[in-house]
Design a protein around this ligand. Sequence first.
Ligand SMILES: Nc1ncnc2c1ncn2[C@@H]1O[C@H](COP(=O)(O)OP(=O)(O)OP(=O)(O)O)[C@@H](O)[C@H]1O
Length: 932
Amino acid sequence: MATRSKIGTAATRASTRTKTPIPPPSPPAGIKTIRARLPSKTIAQNEASKTRTTGRKPLANRANSPDAKLPAAKKVASTKQARADHSFTTEREPVMAYLRIRPHLGDDGPMSMPYLAPLSDTSVQMTDTSHDGAGSSRPHIRVSTVAPSSIYRFSHVFLPETQQAEFFAKTTLPLVRDLLNGQNGLLFAYGVTNSGKTYTIQGGNGPDSAGILPRTLDVIFNSVEGLHSDGRFRPVRLYGVEEADPSKFLPPTDIDVPNDEPRLAEVLAEHLSNADDVDIDLTIVKLDRNYEYSVWISYAEVYNEKVYDLLAEVTEDTSRSQIPRSNNSAQLSHPLLLTRKALTVKPSPVSDALDESGPGSAGKYIAGLRYFRVTGAAQAKALVKLGQLHRRVFGTLANSQSSRSHGMVTIKILRGHRGDRDDPSSLQISRLTLVDLAGSERTKHTQTTGDRLKEAGNINKSLMVLGQCMEVMRSNQKRLAQSLANPGRTDTRDVKRALAVVPFRHSKLTEVLMDYFVGDGRVVMIVNINPYDTGFEENSHVMKFSALAREVSTTVNNAPVPRVQPNSSKRNTVGSALPRKVTISRLLPNKKVSEAHLEVLEEDEASEDGESEEEDDEPINPLVDALFDEIEDLRLRLYEAEMRCVIVEAETREDVMKEMEERMREIEKTYSQRLMSEVERNERKMDAKIDMLHQAGLIGSPQKRREIVEDEELGQIEDKSVKIIEDSDETADSEASRSSSPLDGKGKAKTQSEPTSRRMLGTETDASAHSEIEQFTEEEESVEDDPISEEDESDIYTPPTKTKSRPFKVVIKPLAKGKVGSSAANTGFRSTRSVSLLEKQIKDLSLLEDGTDGADDSVTILPNRKARAAYGGPDVVFVPGKGDLDTTKKKKRQLGKKAVVTEEDLEQVVDEVEKNAQKGGGNKNIRRMRIS
Ligand SMILES: Nc1ncnc2c1ncn2[C@@H]1O[C@H](COP(=O)(O)OP(=O)(O)OP(=O)(O)O)[C@@H](O)[C@H]1O
């Protein structure tokens, strides 16, 4: 339920001109002069309405009141009373804003994440899904002034599955009821292109898809069935009524079709023949059957800041037409060019108002807009269809049937008591305007150029001005309400004087709709949204606009008030006006006041034809008008400049962000490269340090130190070292083999599962041990890089399979050059000699058996770790012992560079070694290792 504000009716100032405080002169009888509306009067009325607002009375009660049955003479008196009481029967209601969410359609492409989620019947949350990182090229950067997530509230939220009938019943039917009961209403659909505005207003092609306009017409004609008046009076301007020839204003199908309107008749006839196919809403509003009704329809459009009558005559003169035509396929096959004149928007004459400062005086009307009297829903729909045909519909990339203009269908109802058929002053006029606004444009998305760009500019301009009007009205109303909130405050004239001017005149759209905001009328706004649309930002603006609209309140007239058009006495005054003196003051920068004294003569326009009768009765001061026009023009230019600035700013931000992003990426790359090289350098340094520490014997276990010492000694005495290592079997390559302990018997169980490298370091578990591991790895890699020469390969002996099921090898490799000193002196040492020496040396060795498995069949003798790494394989473990050094030294001296032994030699050696070991003698520092 709408909340009702109790602030005064003139919370806003209609336009700059209506606020001009020019005192009304007292012209001689019959002379038309400027009759500026007096703010004081309006204020007085507002004060009255503020303090004496009454509850809303049902119309039926009023209609059934004794007054309704009074004779004509008394009725006039009661009408006067009604005028006097007008201010007591008004109240303010906020604009109703309904959100309609469009469903996802097949031709929308793949279903993406909707950025709008309904939270309740009245609120939704909008979240920018393109910036959550998914699917966004730049997930971390938002170049937008719109918050990424916001909650918006509405009078009601209609979900995508909402049917047209339900939507109509909840949003529009109350307005139709008001219309039939003599009250005004405005409904407009607002949203970006392709969001469903036209679908909402006009409807779709499927069953039950008729929009709110055809349904409105159905309900009106269902309700007034049998209550049609004879159409002797017709509505003119906003509130005027004049006598008319009942046959003249019927749609062309009902009268003789003029020759210049073949298309009109054709379309109407075609539509009428198909009328049965169309959905019909069966709702009926119960009406007082003492009244008669006549229904009038007009269809106008605002296109490129010009107003056209969509029901105007059509001529086929292609040479004169400058107007782009619809791309409707039917049109293309059978060309129809519209030649028509733009209409002017004029202020409603004071004479049409209830009184001089009444609501009727504030609005503007479209001079020359034709209203047709319709007697049935099918006929009315045919007229609307004709207007649709005439409406300019251009395809853009965003929507092939995009509405490029604001379409306005106005339904006026003249209601008169059956007993007062001859009295026009007893007639009541009410009107309902349904506006299908053009889609708020996205020039970037639709690649609009040229004429379309100009169109887009004008569409956006009128929508922007509509938003500005709402904003100003809202702030004015707020200020006024605040001032009234002060205890004891009754006179708010000073506040009203300081209220901002509502810029209705800045666009044709707002000029035409102005009366609904400053005069009487309920306003309903339908916000259409397509949540799968890519224009998150545009839709956010639409939502903000709706939030704004909800804070604006309009004046609702609680009872239908008769409007009288005393037109007969107002003509024939041409040339009879006398000049009037006008003084215009202006404050100069040097604080002096400049005054211009003018004489203005104003006359009515000549009443040449029927149309001129609808011309403005109110004289206009051309200078003042020109000045105001200039002010408005300047304001408009300022707005446009501001808009351009905003666009430029957004684009600049985007560019800067792109550049920043690029730079950040470069910096990141440079830093990561530097970091890598730093890490490498540190590693190298660390390795070097560890090497040094090892060499200095400062880290490592006794075994390790022994190893280091051995290496050093080896370096001093010879460039070779000999290690004896047993490789148990073929599984030596397996990971499990690495876990066998090469260490002494005491620690064997404990170290069984320790990594090889650790075992080599004894029981060390500190950081130096790990460093050692790394160092080893590095060494191994460096050796692996050094390929084995052909000669070296030839030294590797593979025993015949008959002797042993598993191969073994004996290799004596030289140390890498430069590692432990020069090896040049030993390069000529050959293998034949080495074998016997080796045999002898091995005999001297005694191995301490650490297991009983005699199946060890592979013995590798390697001079040092490096060689082991290169040739020994992963399971070969270097086990130095204290006593090895001497033996090794000796052997190395004797063996020289390398030696290859035969299988028999080796078996002999091994046997001997085993024997010695069994005896328990020998050098205990040399261990026999079994790798399982
Ligand atoms: N509630 C709905 N249910 C089913 N289809 C819909 C609905 N709303 C819109 N559509 C369809 O979506 C498409 C676009 O709708 P429509 O033409 O009404 O958009 P628009 O906002 O009027 O666009 P423009 O401003 O460009 O004229 C049409 O095909 C229409 O039939």
